[in-house]
Design a protein around this ligand. Structure first.
Ligand SMILES: Nc1ncnc2c1ncn2[C@@H]1O[C@H](COP(=O)(O)OP(=O)(O)OP(=O)(O)O)[C@@H](O)[C@H]1O
Ligand SMILES: [Mg+2]
Length: 226
């Protein structure tokens, strides 16, 4: 088994005046290539904080994250940007689409970061939009889309560059049941084509489609169910 994503002794502390919030408290985790893993737990237990460290967005207070056996922290910002841009895709809880760009331009960003030609960026971004059912919304800006459509643009952006690992924070949180099922079908298909997928979710149906469920309580892993 090849380990796709791993963390060791991961901690995140937030200093809030006199108080310290221990958002993540010593998490060890190994996710193998080809796995599709759900991370569950009550609101505020540290799921987004954990995912943001696994994604290389937030620095851990202690510990390390390894992507395909290589450290994600303690390296230069440029090296981390390269690793993230070439090997990882992200779906954020709050979308983070760029408001002044159209849907297709938002989806093109990971391709542009790899130096792909403008024509190829457009073709591949449109294909990704079609896969999430938004082939007719390429020219719309985020404000001209529904919440669920914005999430689908964000999902298209996460896989357009064929990353080895896709990390999703509540990817179906804003979607109705039918659209949510379609997005899960798509994530399962990407997984069957080899992508390792990590999904933070409150939705039991979403978690049950994953090969493993990791339960977080108070910043720690509670139980792992196979
Ligand atoms: N930037 C920050 N500064 C201070 N405290 C923070 C910060 N971000 C998160 N926290 C705290 O860390 C804890 C974990 O937050 P986190 O966002 O990881 O929770 P979550 O499990 O993703 O919750 P939800 O299911 O509501 O999205 C919470 O108690 C939160 O208040
Ligand atoms: Mg969260």
């Amino acid at each position: 088994m090849t380990v796709a994503l791993e963390c060791k002794g991961l901690w995140k502390l937030y200093e809030m005046g006199e108080e310290t919030v221990q958002a993540v408290r010593g998490i060890d985790l190994q996710i193998n290539q080809g796995e599709m893993v759900a991370i569950m737990g009550p609101s505020g237990c540290g799921k987004t904080t954990l995912l943001n460290m696994l994604s290389g967005i937030d620095d851990p207070s202690a510990g390390q994250v390894m992507v395909a056996g290589k450290p994600l922290f303690g390296i230069s910002d440029d090296e981390r940007t390269d690793m993230r841009g070439s090997q990882m895709g992200f779906v954020f809880q709050k979308f983070y689409l760029i408001e002044v760009l159209s849907s297709v331009e938002n989806v093109e960003i990971p391709l542009m970061m790899q130096g792909i030609s403008a024509d190829d960026c457009r073709i591949q971004a449109m294909e990704a939009l079609e896969r999430v059912g938004l082939g007719d919304r390429g020219a719309h800006r985020p404000a001209e889309l529904s919440g669920g459509q914005q999430q689908r643009v964000a999902i298209a952006r996460s896989f357009v560059h064929k990353p080895a690992v896709i990390l999703c924070d509540e990817p179906t949180g804003n979607l109705d049941g039918k659209t949510s099922d379609q997005i899960m079908e798509l994530l399962c298909e990407l997984n069957s084509q080899g992508a390792t997928i990590v999904i933070v979710t409150h939705d039991v149906d979403v978690a049950n489609k994953c090969s493993r469920i990791i339960e977080i309580i108070d910043g720690r892993i509670l139980v792992e169910e196979e």
